[in-house]
Structures are given as C-alpha cells and as structure tokens.
Design a protein. Sequence first.
Length: 225
Amino acid sequence: MLSAGLPQGTVPKLERPGPLRERVYEALLELITTRALRPGQHLVESELACHLGVSRQPVREALQRLNTEGWVDLRPAQGAFVHEPTEEEADQLLSVRTLLEAEAARLAAAHSGRAGIEALEELCARGEQAVADDDVDLAVATNAAFHAKVMELAGNVVLSELAAQVDRRVRWYYTPVARQRGTQSWIEHRELIAAIASRDEGRATEVMRAHTEHTRQTYHLREQS
C-alpha cells in the first residue's frame, strides 16, 4: 500500500497557482528523487490522488510524463512502478557527472571571489551539521546545493544547463549512500574549497574528480556495506 510506503510528513503540499498537472508532476518527482517512493514500488493512481488531494487525471498525466522521462515504468495490465535503475544506468550517469563537475571546479577556481568562497564555506558547515545530526534529507539537499553553487561559480551557462539535466538523478543515486559517505564527503568538500580559494585549477579539478568518483564507487558497493 502506498499509505504504508510514504513516511509521515513526506507528501508535499501542492502550492497554488500553477497548472495542476505540473504541480502533481513536480510533487511525484520529488517523492521519487528523495526515495519516499522507492524503486520498484507500485504506484496506484487512486492512492496517489488521495494523498495529493487531486483527481486521478493529473496523476495519470504525471505518471505518463514520468514514464517518458525514465522515472516510472508503465507495465501492461500491471500499472505504474517506480523505475529500478540498473548498475549500468547509474554508472553512466555518475561518470558523466564527474566530467561536468570536474570542469565546473576548474572554472570556479579560475573565477571565484571571496563572496563565492564564503557561500561554499557556509554550505559546507550546514552539511557537516546535518551529518552530525544524522539528518540524511538535509545532508542530501545541502550536498546538492553545494555542487550547484560550484556550478554557479563556474560561470558557464551551457555547463550549468547540462548539469541541471542530471542533477535530479544524481540526488536519486546519492540518497541511499549519503549516510555511508557521511563526514568524508564534507572533508572532500573542504579540500575543494581550499583549492578554489587558492585559485589552483589543477588541484580543484583533481579533488572534484576524486570526490565524484568516490560517490560513484560507494553507490556500486552499497549492497555490500
């Protein structure tokens, strides 16, 4: 049952105004990304509609869109299920992420000023506190914000657009290993900040590449931990 699969307080409020189908789509995508709706979980239109306080039609439209984008699998005579990513899918996406983020780190080192460094330090402190508090959701969100800030500091619009296309899936893959990465991830963030602050493009590239590779490797090893 869906009602048993969604922890208390995870169902997002559908803010008005805005097209209902778009708001339902965003709500379901957020639930999938944060794994409140788990890979392989059966998605029943009527239950989703009840939880979100809408009719079944916008839920059906959202599920069709999510199916097209690879987040949901629509199976004949069975219904909708949250997509279960293969190891190859995860590896391909996380490898592409490494390329994008390493270049962003290099550009950030070349262009960042004091304000950008301070913003990264503030996000890092917030992430470290989230880990100390064992607040996985906040740690994941802050991790995403940290990497988005590095991308912003890079100052390359095309690079940012490409990164935005994979950001949601990166969060999806990072969530199940966030606790395992824990403190070490933020130690690596601190190393990255130091490289950017010293304007060492080579070092920033190296640190970011190693950092993202650690996450990729941890994801593949998650079942063995």
